[in-house]
Design a protein around this ligand. Structure first.
Ligand code: AMP
Length: 507
C-alpha cells in the first residue's frame, strides 16, 4: 500500500483520492492533474530503475523553480532514491563540492545554467541530464515503474546547509522526518485551514520545495510562476487568477510585497514567512494592509520548518501583547520539544537567554559523512541549533541571534537583532544589518550597515537619538556604513560574514 513508500506514498494516495484535480500549473497554464503527475512519476521511476543504482543513491536537482521539480522529486522517491536539492545560485565550484561530497549519481539541471554544466565537468562520476533536452522528455515516456518500498528512516532529502559561513554540510532528512513535517504544517502552521493553491515564489530547493509536500497531502494545486522567481506584478496577476493562495516567503520578499503591491490581494490565503528574522515593524506594516494573512515559522535545515510557529491566529494586532508576540517566532510545534539551555546543557527557566535545542520526529539523523560535526550538533537526541533565544511565561520563543553573531563589547553581550529592530523604526531606513567590528579597547564595537535612499550620513544623528531613546547606551552603533543593498544568500539571509570582511582593516 502507499504507506510502504514514504513520501512517494503521499502522491500515490492523492492520485487515488482526487485523480482529476489539478496538481501542477506553470503560471496560468495547467500542466498536470494528480493522475497525470502520477504517470510522469511512474515513468521517471521506471527509467531510474533501468540504471541499476543502489537504493538511496543521491540525485542532485540544480534547477530554478520549474514544473519538472515535482516529477523528479517524487520520481526519485518512487524509485527508492534520495533527492539532493541544490541552490541554483551557487558557483560551479560550490555545486561541484556538493556533487562530490554526496557522491551524486545523477544531476538534473537547466542547460542555461553554466555553473551546473561546469560542475559536471569537474565531477565526472555524476551523470547530468538537462531538462530542456529530448533526453529528459524521453524519460517521461518510459512505461511501467513499480514503487520501491522504503522505511521511515531512509534518506529522502539531503539538505546542504546554506553555509553563511564555512563549507556546507548535508543534513540527512528521512522520509519519516518529512512526513512529520507535513503533519506539523496542518496542525501548527495553518491550523485555521490550508489554502487550495500553493505558489512557488521562493526557491524550491529550500522551504518552498518542502512545503510542496503537505500541499500534495492536502490535494492543492501547485503553481510555478513563469518568472521562476519572485515578481510582484506576476504575484498580483496570479492572485486574481487563483483562489486561496498560500506561499512561502523570506522576510525580504514580504517587505517587497508591502512596498510594491497596490491592491488588496483578494486571492491571498496565507504568506508563510520564515528563514530569517521578520522585524516587528515589517510585520505590522504587512498586517495593517493584509490582516489575517500572515503565518511565521522558525526552523533550520536540520529540522526543516519545524521548531516553532506563529499561526495567523497569533498575529492579532488587537491583542494586548501583540508587539511581544510579533517579536517572537511563536510556540513549539506539535510533538517538537524545545528547550533553552546554558553552556553546560542545563535547562534554563522562562525569561533566561540560552541556546535553543530541539528534539522530535523532524530532527535529522546527522550530517552526511561528518561524524564529528554530527556529534557537536546532536547530543543525547537533542539538536543544538546554534541559535540564542528565550521563552516567555506563555511559551513564546523569541530568537536573539545565531550565537556566532552576538557582539561582545566591553564584556557585555549585544544581540544585533535588538539594535536592528530599533534602527528599522526610522522611516528612511529600508534595511539594516548590525555586526561587531574588532576593537583594541572594547573587544568589539557595534557597526550598523544601513540601506536608505537618503544621502549617506545625513540621518546619523537621528539614528543615534532613536537608539538612545530605546536601548542601553552601550548597544548603540559607533559607526554607520551606508550601502545600496545588503549581501544575501538565495534564501534571503544576510551574509554577515561578507559584511565582516568589509570591516576588516585594509579590506
Ligand atoms: P537554514 O538551515 O538555511 O534554513 O537556516 C536556519 C537558520 O535561519 C536558523 O537557525 C535561524 O538562525 C534562522 N531562522 C530561520 N527561521 C527564522 C525565523 N523565523 N526568525 C529568525 N531567524 C530564523
Amino acid at each position: 500500500m502507499y504507506f510502504d513508500y514514504g513520501l512517494a506514498g503521499l502522491l500515490m494516495r492523492r492520485a487515488i483520492i482526487t485523480p482529476d484535480a489539478p496538481a501542477v500549473a506553470f503560471g496560468k497554464e495547467p500542466v498536470a492533474t494528480y493522475r497525470q503527475l502520477m504517470r510522469r512519476v511512474e515513468a521517471f521511476s521506471a527509467w531510474a530503475g533501468t540504471l541499476g543504482l543502489p537504493k538511496g543513491a543521491r540525485v542532485a536537482i540544480v534547477l530554478k523553480n520549474h514544473p519538472a521539480w515535482f516529477e523528479i522529486m517524487f520520481g526519485c522517491w518512487h524509485a527508492g532514491l534520495s533527492v539532493v536539492p541544490v541552490n541554483v545560485k551557487l558557483h560551479a565550484q560550490e555545486v561541484a563540492y556538493i556533487l562530490d561530497d554526496c557522491q551524486a549519481s545523477l544531476m538534473f539541471f537547466d542547460s542555461e545554467n553554466t555553473a551546473a554544466a561546469e560542475a559536471l565537468s569537474l565531477v565526472k562520476a555524476a551523470r547530468g541530464i538537462a531538462i530542456d533536452t529530448s533526453e529528459y522528455s524521453d524519460i517521461l515516456h518510459s512505461s511501467g515503474g513499480a514503487p520501491v518500498a522504503v522505511g521511515p528512516g531512509s534518506l529522502a532529502w539531503l539538505f546542504y546547509t546554506s553555509g553563511t559561513t564555512g563549507k556546507p554540510k548535508g543534513a540527512m532528512l528521512s522520509h519519516g522526518n518529512l512526513l512529520a513535517m507535513c503533519q506539523c504544517y496542518a496542525t501548527d502552521v495553518e491550523p485555521e485551514g490550508m489554502g487550495s493553491t500553493l505558489l512557488h515564489f521562493a526557491p524550491m530547493s529550500h522551504g518552498s520545495g518542502l512545503y510542496m509536500l503537505p500541499h500534495v497531502l492536502h490535494g492543492s494545486l501547485q503553481v510555478v510562476p513563469e518568472s521562476r522567481g519572485f515578481n510582484v506584478g506576476e504575484l498580483e496577476s496570479l492572485l486574481e487568477h487563483y483562489d486561496a493562495v498560500s506561499f512561502f516567503a523570506a522576510p525580504t520578499m514580504v517587505t517587497r510585497l508591502v512596498d510594491n503591491v497596490r491592491g488588496s490581494l483578494p486571492g491571498l490565503h496565507t504568506v508563510i514567512c520564515g528563514g530569517a528574522p521578520m522585524y516587528v515593524s515589517d510585520a505590522f506594516r504587512f498586517l495593517e494592509r493584509f490582516p489575517n494573512k500572515l503565518a511565521q515559522i522558525y526552523g533550520q535545515g536540520e529540522t526543516p520548518m519545524t521548531i516553532t510557529s506563529l499561526p495567523k491566529s497569533l498575529h492579532d494586532l488587537a491583542h494586548p501583547r501583540s508587539r511581544e508576540r510579533l517579536a517572537s517566532c511563536g510556540v513549539a510545534q506539535t510533538g517538537i520539544e524545545v528547550r533553552i539551555v546554558d553552556d553546560t546543557g542545563q535547562q534554563l527557566p522562562a525569561g533566561e537567554l540560552g541556546e535553543i535545542i530541539v528534539r522530535g520526529p523532524t530532527v535529522m539523523a546527522g550530517y552526511w559523512k561528518r561524524p564529528e560535526e554530527t556529534a557537536k550538533a546532536l547530543k543525547a537526541g537533542w539538536l543544538y541549533t546554534g541559535d540564542i533565544g528565550t521563552f516567555d511565561s506563555e511559551g513564546f520563543l523569541t530568537l536573539k541571534d545565531r550565537s556566532k553573531d552576538v557582539i561582545i563589547s566591553g564584556g557585555s553581550n549585544i544581540y544585533p537583532r535588538e539594535v536592528e529592530e530599533i534602527l528599522l523604526l526610522h522611516p528612511k531606513v529600508k534595511e539594516v544589518a548590525v555586526l561587531g567590528q574588532q576593537d583594541d579597547e572594547w573587544g568589539e564595537t557595534v557597526v550598523a550597515c544601513i540601506v536608505t535612499d537618503e544621502h549617506p550620513g545625513t540621518i546619523n544623528a537621528e539614528l543615534e537619538e532613536l537608539c538612545l531613546n530605546h536601548i542601553a547606551r552601550f548597544k548603540r552603533p559607533k559607526h554607520y556604513l551606508y550601502m545600496s543593498s545588503l549581501p544575501k544568500n538565495a534564501t534571503g539571509k544576510v551574509l554577515k560574514a561578507e559584511l565582516r570582511g568589509l570591516l576588516k582593516p585594509g579590506a
